[in-house]
Write a protein that binds this ligand. Sequence first.
Ligand SMILES: [Zn+2]
Length: 248
Amino acid sequence: MRRALELARKAEGDTSPNPMVGAVIVREGTIVGEGYHQRAGLPHAEIEALRSAGEAARGATLYVTLEPCNHHGRTPPCTEAIIEAGLARVVYAVPDPNPQVAGGGHRRLQEAGIAVVGGLCAEEAQHLNRFFFHHVQSGQPYVVAKFAMSLDGKIATRTGHSQWITGETARARAHSLRRRVDAILVGVDTVLADNPLLTTRLPDIAAPKHPLRVVLDSAGAPAGCAGPLARHARPDAHCHHRRHAPCV
Ligand SMILES: [Zn+2]
């Protein structure tokens, strides 16, 4: 299951609105197949693992970080593929939280004569997909408040001249967080004072995913967004703000 969690994590930031899921197929103590869900619309982790195992999946055990789905979404249900492949046992970490399908995958596999066990490494798996679980269970987005603060509780120097009060490590962490979220929200004053790009910049990733940029402006004037941004934004950021950041 630890290997399955490791595989799931490979798609961090790429699977929204789906969760990250990893799967490993083991036969007689040897890994014969593995896979993970790479992006919404692409095959689920179980299918990737079954494909990589081929015939070796017959009579084997599947370890998967989320209860296999039993419903037709953008892809057919994984339960049917698991049954067809002849797996003997399925071990999953956490139940599918979606109220419409909760427990359905577990039941369907059991009815087909497969031994099913849930709850292995549940805490790790829950933590890995905390954004997803929170959203499905509450209907609310998972919100992360991120700010840099000095020891005396300030977010900038008195003159406002320092562009950053953090070091490189903190900034790298902020960019890695941007990659994992769907949207980033700032007040219009931040845009006017700092003119941030709000993009994801990670040296190891050539084309990282950028969050949707949202600017809050209490003045709410029809031209309130484009106006100040057009005046203050850098030429390269300007069009992005207008194109991607709705004024709310
Ligand atoms: Zn599935």
